[in-house]
Ligand binder design. Sequence first.
Ligand code: ZN
Ligand code: ZN
Length: 456
Amino acid sequence: MRIRFWGTRGSLAKPGPATVRYGGNTSCVEVTARDGTLIVLDCGTGAHELGQHLTASREPPICGHLLITHTHWDHIQGFPFFTPLFVPGNEWDVYAPQGVGQRLEDTLAGQMEYSYFPVSLRQLGATIRYHELVEGAFDVGEVRVTARYMNHPGLAMGYRLEAGGVALVYATDHEPHSPHQPDAPGPAAGQSLPVHRQDQEHIEFLAGADLVIHDAQYELREYPTKRTWGHSPAELAVDWALAGGVKRLALFHHDPLRSDEGVDRLLETCRRRAAASGRPLEVLAAAEGQVIELARPAVSAVHDAPAEGAAVPSRLGAAPAAATVLIVDDDPDIVRLLTLALKPEGFGLLSAADGDAALAIARAERRDLLLLEWNMPGKDGLQVCRALRAEVDPGLREVPVVLLTGQSQAEHTAAGFAAGVTDYVTKPFKPSHVVARVHAWLLRGRQREARRGAGR
Ligand SMILES: [Zn+2]
Ligand SMILES: [Zn+2]
């Protein structure tokens, strides 16, 4: 598997004398598998140069797969400038997480409307097929792709690509679920894993990879003022890579304010952190133009049958049916804030101001997910969650519960998960973050139901 970086910058293209070495273009990574399968990870401004290169260096038709993590500008701005899409005869499959409400094609067409861009999506000459993804695995050529939601204000996917016995993980636009800030160096062997279950699952997603390309926009000391912006401190990317036994880590999605010297310093900090752990982890900072070959010639390709719950990419997947969210909080301001954030997404909304009312509504009405405050008079959020998990009706017992709380200590998080909460969100949160979580858990719940239906 051959990897080439065409854009490594996060948030905003930043060309100039301060970014010459690591590059100023936004996210775009070319991956070529041994069988020739071409995969492009994200379509930021780096895609312009990649498109030129492909057109100049390959015989037509030029066909490939474009895996978009999410539709924030820095991941799609190169799309209207990616020349292979303009040439009749070329065929491209475009994948991105399924949203609720707007189709991928419409979102991409939005930035090509007449006010923004002179060529419309329909005028692209290539055959383009759109696939909207949920979590799971599917095959592209010889490459097994596994998709997993990242933690970002906007539903974003990370991708794990496996072929020929090697694994690459592309995990950008992600921040820790847990608010705890470890100041110690990377975890030594045997040190306990993070208490937030989603952070553990993130480590499992990275585990054993030959290369992880990871969001590393911030330094740990900058991070407290950047929490909820959806990006990782580089030092935590190191800790997760160490915990997952990753071989190589490429710091990625460089902050537009970080100069080449700044990236050098951050890289040095990360290398020291990795070395202090005593484990073999090579850390590099992704640079535009850099090429990395992953090969394991001695090991034959492991290519299993499709994983259970495989996300078969749908062509223009239908928007999921409306779901109902029950908001439980004694603070009317929070209820109002969440209502304003969720209403435009087309969700049905119910609310309750205390635990007993919440349980009564949950038992009587359709509710596909609960947003549940921990601290309330009467029954608190944990008691409500324990009561739900003890119900006979599987629809209640397994309903996703996202706990909202100001309690950020590790023991509180652990207590939340012990009570059966599905996810744990610490205040202050961004409404867009909560909306992304709601989408992720509803889509996960729907997949679980579909699997259960298929098993009957
Ligand atoms: Zn980004
Ligand atoms: Zn983003």
